[in-house]
Design a protein around this ligand. Structure first.
Ligand code: MSP
Length: 520
């Protein structure tokens, strides 16, 4: 396994305000990036904005602005989102930056030199909303004789001179790529869809446009701008230092370990992008994972329906760690999910307040009141003590496996199984009654429980970073002993260490009255 880990989000179209769908994709990447850093890997986590193309040009015009002025303004919304969600990205790329223009033009030249691009003419359907070309047989009739793409976007007929990429030559090499181990396209069902799409035959792809200007000029033919998906996908190598393929950054981080995408944009990432890269003599990504889509209380999320969920509002209402936990726990990653107030409140109260928070609180409170606020001195361990410690010590390996598969729900389930085991242990050992009958044994029980809580807090950091940090503060764990390397026995809690007075970690969410709600 290589030591470096390069993870990317899709770059977001700036015509839209950030909503829960965008936050979801980046959150998943943030958890992976944090996990890998804590696990000692050298991480690069990239996000950014997709700022060229006809769609953005139209939106700028509708806003009465020049495209550059418009994108400068709205790109900031995505930086603000990253701040509000405490995303730990190492870089934020905008496709209007000089480094990216240079990279795209270099890639284009390379494709041209490799005889992968030729000049022709495109006559066919195009959906501006998707920035995608469609075949007639993919479309359905819509109102007023319009043609509708599978995504629901309206198509228009386009006829213009265009450069083409020789995608048709890449069928066999793409199929061989999908057979690599570990599988470069996940989940399995999505991989199968991609394989059957490629097996059905690939046509050359139009990769330049001439009917508008807002894009990266094609080298040596400025009447053309590059197709916005070729431009956008290239962001992943730009941020790794392309075209400087000998740079330390490029050698460390390319090929990307994982491109995280929504299911709607898998074809671009799992078919076109690896083909572009292989055609330029570059390595394709190690993995592309397509996650599902969120609906809101059962309905598709759309501006038209007025049910867009603003992540800033979610965080203000429920709390950041609560939102992060809910989004990754509620739905098996890869499946579609439904956002509902009821569901998030159940998770907050059931899993966070009554689960993790309660276990931590009861152990820390007892240490505070019955052990003079200091980590107690344990005596010899019983089978029960050893069994619980073994459960906690086994978590890292099982989380590593789940995280390698992007199975966040499984990783969280494993953590919460251990929380349940910790609770049962405390219930069975009854340290409150040992206080009178056998204080030495009480010390051992509280020591074991506290060290298990330490394991849980360290391992939960990628998911609920704020609550975990507070919990580690309550356990007086030094800042440099909070990585996964500190999960071994050498870093167990030091008896006698003074602990600060603990406070609640996850308040219960109380419905105050119909329509009004709050956190206690
Ligand atoms: N600009 C392109 C990506 C270019 S990457 C080289 C794009 N941008 S987008 O802003 O429209 O979408 C970005 C991501 O948000 C996609 O992965 C998409 O799947 C995700 N989501 C948008 N709505 C969503 C939901 N309702 N639920 C979950 N994710 C959704 O596509």
């Amino acid at each position: 396994m290589r030591d470096s880990y390069y993870i990317t989000t899709p770059i977001y179209y700036v015509n839209d305000s950030p909503h829960v769908g965008h936050a979801y994709t980046t959150l998943a990447c943030d958890v992976l990036a944090r996990f890998m850093r804590l696990d000692g890997r050298k991480v690069k986590f990239l996000t950014g904005t997709d700022e060229h193309g006809q769609k953005i040009e139209k939106s700028a015009r509708a806003a009465g602005m020049e495209p550059q002025e418009f994108t400068d303004k709205v790109s900031q919304n995505f930086r603000d989102l990253a701040k509000a969600m405490d995303f730990s990205n190492d870089d934020f790329i905008r496709t209007t930056e000089a480094r990216h223009v240079r990279s795209c033009q270099a890639l284009w030249r390379r494709l041209k030199e490799n005889d992968q691009i030729y000049l022709g003419g495109y006559a066919g359907w195009y959906a501006v909303a998707d920035e995608a070309f469609y075949d007639e047989d993919e479309l359905t009739p819509g109102p007023g004789g319009k043609k509708i793409a599978p995504s629901g976007a309206e198509c228009e007929w386009v006829e213009e001179p265009s450069y083409f990429f020789k995608l048709s030559e890449w069928q066999d090499r793409l199929l061989a790529y999908y057979d690599r181990t570990p599988c470069p396209v996940a989940p399995e069902t999505r991989r199968n869809e991609v394989v059957s799409f490629v097996k059905s035959g690939l046509k050359d792809l139009s990769v330049s446009r001439t009917t508008f200007k807002w894009g990266i000029p094609v080298p040596d033919d400025p009447a053309h701008v590059m197709y916005v998906w070729l431009d956008a996908l290239t962001n992943y190598i730009t941020a790794a230092g392309y075209p400087d393929v000998d740079s330390a950054d490029y050698r460390t981080f390319w090929p990307a370990s994982l491109h995280m995408v929504g299911k709607d944009i898998l074809r671009f990432h799992a078919v076109y992008w690896p083909a572009f890269l292989m055609a330029a003599g570059l390595e394709p990504p190690q993995r592309v994972f397509a996650h599902g889509w969120w609906t809101n209380e059962g309905q598709k999320i759309s501006k038209r329906l007025g049910n867009v969920i603003d992540p800033h509002d979610l965080v203000a209402k429920y709390g950041l760690d609560q939102v992060r936990y809910f989004l990754l726990r509620e739905v098996p990653f890869g499946n579609d999910g439904d956002f509902s107030h009821r569901a998030i409140v159940n998770r907050i109260n059931g899993d966070l307040a009554n689960g993790f928070g309660n276990l931590a609180q009861r152990v820390l409170k007892m240490i505070n009141s019955s052990c003079d606020g200091k980590v107690p001195q344990p005596g010899s361990l019983t089978l029960e003590d050893d069994a619980l410690l073994a459960t906690a010590r086994g978590l890292l390996d099982s989380l590593r496996k789940d995280i390698a598969q992007q199975a966040f729900h499984k990783a969280l389930d494993a953590l919460w199984q251990a929380i349940g085991a910790g609770d049962r242990y405390v219930n069975e050992q009854t340290p409150w009654s040992l206080k009178k009958t056998d204080p030495a044994r009480m010390n051992t029980v509280l020591y074991v429980a506290a060290d298990v809580v330490r394991h849980l807090a360290i391992l939960a950091q990628p998911f609920v970073p704020h609550a975990s940090a507070r919990l580690l503060d309550f356990l007086a764990v030094p800042g440099d002993r909070r990585t996964f390397a500190a999960l071994g026995t050498a870093d167990m809690l030091r008896p006698g260490t003074a602990l600060p007075a603990p406070e609640g970690l996850f308040p219960r969410y109380i419905e105050i009255a119909e329509g009004a709600a709050g956190r206690s």
